[in-house]
Design a protein around this ligand. Structure first.
Ligand SMILES: *Cc1c(COP(=O)(O)O)cnc(C)c1O
Length: 477
């Protein structure tokens, strides 16, 4: 017992210099800057002293001190934003970063980001250029619009439009379209934040053109239509379409704006999905401005795009808010590259990962589900391939379910823990895996898996099962 005496223990604590000189510290010094290693060791030693002083008899083994220092350094130096495996089947999963980016886009971000670029210089004249020049012609062409501009996200796009066209005036919107997207974007709040007033018309289920006509007056700044991106209105409903809304607005010399939200450039009916209004259709409806996201159905980086009539786009550009909302060069590079993929309407279904995932047929997913189920069964899990349903997600295609194939993992011999615990542990694996709990099973939807994810899933399960075995041998629950 004598060596558990606090003063004896305190004397046993090695000096930082001794620890550093020990060849066993070479690994730490190779992985992290020397000054940070010293600081981490000092911190650990200080905590040890504190433990001993407060009566906890900790034996200060050098190896444990180094391990603890390594853990703390890892916390400081390893990235916090990390890759995860999306096995939820939700393609545009906002919490998991929405669209996985096309390879072509990422390559352009590296190339442009690592060097200087012609971001704001006209290479022909040598004079000052504009960052929108990299996107505008492409966007205009793809959307059939006169002009275009891009900002940070679609929320920013709506804010900019309302602030520019209706500050101090009224924005007329149907009561059936006062949407909330993802908890933080609410159309009424964005209108108020841009210094305009919301003028609601119609009812939750029915809004007619007379409702708009009656609401228009001296103080009206614009008419706004919002796409119901994340819910469906069914039953007895009536709405004012984009063409009709534009006609009403123009009769009163007012602008009509359509917030499309997900805004697809391709007709999703081509890949067997329900038709979602395209940006091209909105422009053809003679709406003055259309706003949509870069990272929803477009499948690119986070951005907000506004396309429409030149006179209005020019007013947006002149708004001082533009400076606060403008895009970074790497995002411009990625958005430009993503848009170029759309110049090939067939190829884009394969080159934009979000579209490829949405387009995948259940038949094409079966082999992957079977192979993964077999690999997981081989390491002792009760895993089988089964049909299931996945969701487009991310404020697009509300109510649409896609037939898919999943790997269903039940509480079997390999998993001595409940599927809930299994799911929790997979989420904390070296490469986290996120699935879906359903009916007492853990489902891994193969629709949203990227290349190499099958290996990542098997590795995560191995980790979890090893931890589990160790946990059991230690007698923990
Ligand atoms: C998603 C969405 C937004 C917000 O777009 P972000 O790009 O997420 O800022 C706004 N309006 C509608 C209709 C949407 O669907």
């Amino acid at each position: 017992m004598a060596d558990l005496d606090p003063s004896t223990l305190l004397r046993q604590i090695p000096a930082v210099g001794t620890l550093l000189d020990d060849p066993a510290s070479a690994g730490l010094l190779a992985d992290y800057p020397r000054s940070r290693v010293i600081a981490a060791l000092q911190e650990v030693l200080e905590d040890l002293r504190e433990h001993i002083r407060t009566g906890r008899p900790v034996v200060p083994a050098a190896e444990r001190i180094r391990d603890e220092a390594r853990a703390r350094l890892g916390h400081d130096f390893l990235p916090h934003l990390v890759r995860v495996v999306n096995a939820t089947g939700v393609v545009l999963n906002t919490n998991l970063g929405r669209a996985p980016l096309p390879e072509a886009a990422l390559l352009r971000a590296v190339e442009v980001g690592a060097a200087y670029s012609n971001l704001e210089i006209d290479l022909e004249t040598g004079r000052r250029g504009h960052r929108k020049s990299h996107l505008e012609p492409l966007l205009a062409r793809l959307c059939g619009a006169e002009a275009a501009i891009a900002v940070n996200n679609n929320a920013a796009a709506v804010l900019l439009v309302v602030d520019t066209l209706a500050r101090g005036q009224e924005v007329v919107v149907s009561r059936g379209e006062l949407v909330e997207i993802g908890g933080s974007f609410r159309i009424p709040d964005v209108i108020t934040a841009s210094g305009a007033q919301l003028k609601e018309v119609g009812t939750t289920n029915k809004t007619r053109s007379e409702d708009f006509e009656r609401a228009i007056g001296e103080r009206t700044g614009m008419l706004l239509k919002c796409h119901r991106s994340n819910f469906k209105l069914v039953g007895f409903t009536e709405e004012v379409g984009a063409t009709e809304l534009a006609a009403i607005a123009h009769r009163h010399d007012l602008p009509a704006v359509l917030d499309l939200g997900s805004g697809t450039l391709v007709d999703l009916a081509l890949i067997g999905l329900p038709h979602e209004p395209t940006v091209l259709e909105a422009i053809r409806a003679d709406v003055d401005l259309v706003t949509f996201s870069g990272d929803k159905l477009l499948g690119g980086p986070q951005a907000g795009i506004v396309v429409g009539k030149r006179a209005f786009i020019e007013r947006l550009e002149a708004n001082p808010l533009m400076r606060a909302l403008r895009l970074d060069k790497t995002v411009i590079a990625m958005l430009e590259a993503t848009l170029r993929l759309y110049l090939d309407p067939e190829g884009v279904l394969a080159s934009v990962p979000a579209l490829a995932m949405l387009a995948a047929t259940p038949e094409s997913l079966v082999p992957r589900a079977r192979a993964l189920a077999e690999r997981l069964a081989a390491i002792g899990l009760a895993a089988v391939a089964a049909p299931g349903v996945s969701a487009p997600g991310g404020g697009s295609l509300p109510g649409v379910q896609l037939d898919t194939w999943v790997v269903r993992i039940g509480p079997g011999p390999g998993a001595g823990v409940s599927v809930q615990v299994l799911a929790d542990r997979l989420r904390m694996a070296s490469t986290p895996v996120l699935g879906r709990l359903f009916d007492g099973s853990l489902l891994l939807d193969v629709r949203t898996l990227l290349e190499g994810d099958d290996d990542r899933i098997v590795a995560a399960f191995r980790e979890v099962l090893i931890d589990e075995a160790i946990g059991l041998s230690r007698g923990t629950p």
